[in-house]
Design a protein around this ligand. Structure first.
Ligand code: ATP
Ligand code: MG
Length: 369
């Protein structure tokens, strides 16, 4: 890998991180990406033809809404909906090709095709050539994170940031809103501005999101620099019941933070006895329910797997399958039909580690060996 000036680091520092990058190709174009963060670059930083695509930053999470925003923001801040899908960065390379990157800095052929189809990207990048458009791809027909949203039929992109492609410096929130509006790029819903010393209105917003089973909020300083996230109980519990469908793939590091969120929420919201009882019950059910079902399924001879449905151009969906297999996933086609040039494909991703562990324990293998 050759020295890349656009990274903004010295040759020596570059040498120290160069071997952490993984090489891949997208339609004959080679590129490098960082699957894990280093102390110099965030996860997902990619280099394509000497152009740097900076990784999306990790957003800190508060467990206490009132204290969290009070400490984190020194003036009014914006709260936006946190949509539950997958993170996408869209860029236009100097030669004009538009690419869609997923979180770890991999170019996804499906995502690239959806954003090219749905968004006026040439106009956007003519006006903002050095930027990357960051957003969440959500909806039921989703190859990575399936989550139903009443406003999305298949899959849709919602912008939450415009950043400098190479440095990752964000646009201020108002500037990003204006520039996305100008090119009709859909954005995540915004709930407006809030005072860090009075979160009562924000609590109402979060309670409404929770009642609708939605994920939470991302709060942002007006300059776009400081970010903080907070999730609903519905999301925390939904995460638990999702993860415990594949208990040995998601594992111990997955469960603790999610139980922690519920415990701190119960205290901040000062649960009365009834609410607390309901929460305890719900968390227990979210963990044990899917876990028991997973064991039963394996006992009945099934391989644990997650089904995704995707719709689109037949060739792009072939590329997607190849892409997922190249990433090391075991993918099985469940149904496949093409009508009027549009293909509807259902495929499943196998969870081998959970299936094999459950099989072994069912077979009497001692735990902890
Ligand atoms: P990390 O902790 O590294 O950020 P994660 O997978 O745990 O990764 P999440 O808990 O999903 O991340 O929260 C951060 C992600 O939320 C962002 O990377 C982005 O994809 C997504 N997101 C959804 N809505 C928004 C929004 N309005 N503003 C910013 N990010 C958003
Ligand atoms: Mg997410």
């Amino acid at each position: 890998m050759e020295y890349v000036a656009e990274l903004g680091i010295s040759r020596e520092d570059f040498e120290a991180v160069a071997d952490r990058f993984t090489q891949r190709t997208f339609r004959c174009r080679g590129y490098h990406h960082l699957r894990q963060r280093t102390n110099v670059f965030p996860t997902g930083t990619a280099i394509v033809d000497g152009a740097v695509v900076r990784g999306f930053p990790s957003i800190p999470r508060t467990l206490q809404l009132a204290e969290g925003v009070h400490k984190h923001f020194d003036g009014r801040f914006v709260a936006e909906e946190k949509l539950n899908g997958y993170n996408v960065r869209v860029v236009r390379l100097p030669d004009g090709e538009i690419l869609g990157f997923t979180r770890s800095g991999v170019v996804c052929p499906f995502t690239t095709s959806v954003v090219r189809r749905d968004l006026s990207l040439d106009d956007f990048f003519d006006a903002n050539p050095e930027t990357m458009l960051c957003g969440e791809m959500v909806g039921p027909e989703n190859p990575y994170t399936t989550c139903a949203y009443p406003e999305v039929d298949s899959i849709g992109f919602f912008a939450f940031d415009v950043r400098d492609r190479a440095t990752g410096a964000p646009f201020p929130v108002d500037a990003r809103n204006q520039c996305c509006d100008r090119f009709d790029i859909p954005q995540v819903p915004s709930f407006g501005r809030f005072d860090p010393d009075d979160v009562s209105d924000l609590r109402t917003v979060i309670a409404d999101l929770d009642a609708e089973g939605r994920e939470g909020v991302v709060m942002k300083s007006s300059d776009g620099e400081r970010l903080l996230k907070y999730t609903t109980s519905a999301a925390n519990q939904g995460n638990l019941s999702y993860g415990f469908q594949y208990p040995f793939d998601y594992g111990k590091e997955y469960v603790f933070p999610r139980v922690l969120r519920e415990a701190f929420m119960a205290v901040e919201q000062d649960d009365d006895e009834k609410t607390r009882g309901e929460r305890e019950h719900a968390v227990g059910e979210a963990i044990l329910g899917p876990f028991i079902e997973a064991i039963r399924a394996v006992e009945a001879g099934e391989v644990l797997a997650e089904t995704h449905v995707v719709r689109g151009d037949p060739i792009v969906l072939d590329e997607l399958l190849e892409h997922l297999r190249n990433l090391g996933l075991t993918v099985t086609i469940e149904s496949d039909r093409t009508r009027d040039g549009e293909r509807l494909l259902a495929f499943s991703k196998q969870y081998r580690s959970s299936t094999d562990s459950i099989l072994a324990y069912l077979d009497g293998q001692p735990f902890g060996e």
